[in-house]
Design a protein around this ligand. Structure first.
Ligand code: IVH
Length: 824
């Protein structure tokens, strides 16, 4: 039986209420945004058609959520409004027409401020005489929550306005949001530590801002953009919106540099297109754009409807979240063996792309979300991030589903899947005998930032590995033109017969009969491609009948990659935790592969940027004889490092017994205690052999000495110390003389990085600046030597300008680095 309008309206209100309560009070999302919008529109349409249905406090007339009671309430002197939505060009055209008609102005003369619609949460900031005194969430639009303490931890929000001319009382409104990078970092940490994983940057921002503990807010990085003002007294603002944004920026507020003044419908739609194209590349999520009539007198004349101004509208982008069903859950094996569960989905359009797979991250995440095969889930695709399952719609769960369990064996090689203690990831224990890991390792080795073998795609690698022709990275250097040409024909052929037909014109008559028979015998085999490539079929390429240039180029690219830099080679080896930046650091500090491959892990800790986990991982890699053999094979295959140099003189600082003891992470052995120990023994061998009585002479507490003796007896600890000491002695012999005059060009200088450094990345920039002796600090003060401001730089840049601190952009930094001889 179909529902009556009143039943449907009640049902819609209940559904919307439930979703809104979860969203605003618990930072949880029950249904995707797009679906919420659609349900709300249905309710609004029903209420418009049947005015008698409209309940007094219907959710359709309300803004946002109600206060949770956890914070003090703040009454907004001017309500914080919401925006109407446009989902189509037609709706935008209606919006422009309404304004044009009411103001009696030609459409093409209407100027609009066009802005990104940031996906975070709205807040209002109150400044009295230029000082930040109170900040509140939007709440229901008239009453919000006092989150001043939390807002004070956000670097983008000025505590004190800069410049001059601000009104005595000024309310600034804008969006608190979390950048994609900060969101990913926040979730990566939560996943590793078993903490709460957040569904999307907006939920993360909302959840963070409504933490009761401001210290938690300070740890997670939130950002802010200003886009409007509230109450203004004792002063005046410009009479256009764009002018207002400009003064807000001068007073220290970050304003998005995507804001633009455009004219008429064409201007709006052109802006929508441009921002839509840039959407995936932005540092933060946006869910649409906002158009605001620029002229404030016009805004006044347009006025408001229930919960939104008539002079502004949000033009939404296709939703980044959609509901679909999980058809299967499979395991994917990555380069380091990490087993990642992936949901195979019923195909669904998400933000303009058909999504059929979404990552589930790890077994813990599946357990946390309780994702089961057959479930309806919300998938999210934002920016360049891999689509992911963010939640299960439990109300849609079919009967008779069962919780998902991690399989015990690697689906590719059958080796056991194991989980390291305290870690979220399961790993395939097959290491490089697992074809999946081998393929990933080879693809990584060849990738652009590693050995940069252009043209060696995933499909090639797949068949090369399966055929057994390429078993390790060094085998790439034995690939010849014949193999590549055959490989291409194999990949292009639908089946063996098609391959044979394509190969026929090139077969040498001598063995062709036998070769064809062998090939055709593979007809029924699933892995015919790999087996066909492995067969020794003699060919003489009839050059006119096949394109060969690309194969010559690829052979040349493989050859060219032989001469490489140490940093690239180290990165290419695929050592866990060694990304591009760490590889560069290692190369800068140690200079030589022969040295690096012999060092035990504690020696890597002598480099300031390398911590215990990374150092152990590097040491572990070089401790594996298989890895050493792979390096030997590469060198035998002609790979050579072109930029080897002696280790850095700065390693002098880590020489000696005491720093080495500290680096070995012996429980209870602090810097001071290590120095005391070093004072009573001649060398490491003496320490390892020492009687407790001798160690007690160092003045260390008996418990510490007992702890040390016990540690020395465990596993290979004593051997590690001896090896480390020997390696240190060898390293010491290689170090150039310490030359105090050879101070770094930035010694004693303090540098602050802000904004997005799109070419270099902040981490790399920081590593280089430190390499040249600079201290990289987090906030700008009079003592700051200079600031490096990338795009979207905000309050730190403003502060630097106010204090007269020199500012470089990324180009200047790159140019300066180039002058110092840095090749990036
Ligand atoms: S103006 C009276 N501008 O979108 C106008 N809002 O759906 C009030 N938002 O509550 C808002 N970016 O949280 C405005 N550039 C922008 C915005 C923006 C994001 C959010 C804001 C608002 C919601 C309305």
């Amino acid at each position: 039986m179909s529902q009556t309008p009143i039943q449907r309206a009640t049902q819609l209100r209940e559904q919307l209420e439930r979703a809104a309560e979860a969203y605003y009070n618990r930072d949880e999302q029950l249904i995707p945004d797009a679906e919420y919008d659609a349900l709300l529109r249905e309710l609004e349409a029903l209420e418009a058609e049947h005015p008698q249905l409209k309940a007094e406090d219907s959710i359709s007339g309300r803004i946002g959520g109600r206060a949770s009671g956890r914070f003090a309430e703040v009454t907004h002197a001017l309500p914080m409004l919401s925006l109407g939505n446009a989902f189509s060009e037609g709706e935008v055209a209606d919006f422009v027409r309404r304004i044009s008609e009411r103001l009696d102005l030609a459409e093409c003369d209407l100027a609009f401020s066009a802005e990104p619609k940031l996906d975070g949460l709205a807040i209002s900031l109150r400044y009295e005489d230029g000082v930040f005194v109170q900040g509140a969430t939007r709440g229901d639009g008239s009453t919000g929550e006092d989150v001043t303490a939390n807002l004070r931890t956000i670097g983008d929000i000025p505590q004190q306005l800069t410049g001059s001319g601000w009104p005595a009382l000024l309310e600034v409104r804008g969006e608190v949001y979390m950048s994609r990078a900060d969101f990913e970092a926040c979730n990566a940490q939560a996943r590793a530590s078993g903490g709460k994983v957040l569904a999307n940057p907006r939920n993360a921002a909302a959840g963070t801002l409504r933490q009761l503990d401001a210290r938690v807010v300070a740890q997670r990085r939130l950002s802010f953009f200003a886009y409007a003002t509230g109450v203004v007294e004792g002063g005046q603002l410009p009479d256009t919106h764009a002018g207002t944004l400009a003064v807000l920026q001068r007073w220290g507020f970050p304003v998005s540099d995507l804001c633009q003044v455009v004219h008429g419908l064409d201007g709006l739609l052109g802006y929508y297109q441009r921002i839509g194209q840039a959407r995936d590349r932005l540092a933060f999520d946006i869910d649409g754009v906002v158009y605001k009539l620029d002229d404030k007198a016009g805004q006044q004349a347009m006025g408001f409807v229930a919960r939104a101004p008539r002079w502004a509208i949000a033009h939404k982008f296709p939703a980044q979240e959609q509901t679909t069903t999980v058809e299967d859950i499979e395991i994917q094996i990555g380069r380091t063996g990490a087993a990642t569960p992936v949901a195979r989905l019923a195909p669904v359009q998400v933000a303009g792309v058909v999504v059929t797979n979404a990552t589930l991250h790890n077994a813990d995440q599946i357990a946390r979300l309780d994702v089961r095969i057959g479930d309806s889930v919300i998938v999210r695709r934002a920016g360049d991030v891999i689509p992911e399952v963010v939640s299960v719609r439990l109300e849609l769960r079919p009967p008779a589903t069962t919780p998902w369990l991690m399989p015990q064996a690697c689906p590719v090689c059958g080796a056991e899947l194991v989980r390291e203690e305290g870690m979220a990831v399961w790993r395939c224990s097959g290491e490089l005998s697992c074809p999946a890991q081998r393929k990933e390792a080879i693809a990584h080795f060849a990738s652009r930032k590693a050995m940069d073998i252009d043209g060696l795609g995933e499909k090639f690698i797949e068949v090369l590995v399966d055929s057994g022709l390429v078993r390790s990275v060094a085998d790439l250097y034995a690939i010849d033109r014949d193999t590549l040409l055959k490989l291409k024909l194999i990949l292009d052929a639908a089946d063996v017969e098609a391959y044979v037909a394509a190969l026929q014109p090139h077969l040498l008559p001598l063995n062709s009969g036998q070769a064809l028979a062998q090939l055709l015998a593979l007809s029924a085999a699933d892995d015919w491609r790999a087996r066909a490539l492995a067969l020794p079929v003699q060919v003489a390429w009839a050059d006119k009948k096949i394109a060969t240039r690309w194969a010559d180029n690829l052979v040349a690219a493989i050859d060219a990659s032989r001469r490489t830099t140490l940093a690239r080679l180290l990165f290419a080896l695929g050592i866990e935790h060694v990304g591009e930046a760490t590889a560069k650091t290692l190369a800068q500090w140690f200079g030589d592969l022969e040295l690096i491959r012999q060092l035990p892990w504690p020696l890597f800790k002598q480099v300031p940027d390398i911590g215990g986990e990374v150092a152990r991982s590097i040491g572990h890699f070089f401790d594996q004889s298989g890895n050493q053999a792979a390096i030997d094979a590469l060198l035998a295959g002609g790979v050579s490092v072109t930029d080897a140099h002696p280790p850095s003189a700065r390693l002098h600082a880590g020489l000696g017994l005491a720093p080495l003891l500290v680096a070995c992470e012996i429980p209870g052995i602090t810097q001071k205690r290590a120095e005391a120990l070093a004072a009573v023994v001649a060398d490491m061998a003496a320490l390892v052999d020492a009687e407790p009585a001798q160690l007690l002479a160092s003045g260390l507490p008996a418990t510490v000495v007992a702890g040390l003796t016990q540690w020395l007896e465990q596993g290979d600890n004593a051997a590690l110390l001896l090896r480390a000491a020997q390696a240190q002695a060898r390293l010491a012999a290689l170090l150039p003389e310490e030359d105090p005059s050879a101070a770094g060009p930035l010694d004693g200088q303090t540098v602050v990085l802000t904004g997005t450094l799109s070419r270099l990345g902040r981490e790399t920039a920081k590593a280089w600046l430190e390499q040249f002796g600079a201290k990289v600090a987090g906030s700008v003060s009079k003592k700051t030597s200079f600031v490096i401001a990338g795009s979207e730089a905000g309050s730190k840049l403003a502060k630097a300008q106010e204090l007269g601190v020199p500012v470089w952009d990324e180009e200047q930094l790159l140019a300066w680095l180039a002058q110092q001889g840095v090749v990036l």
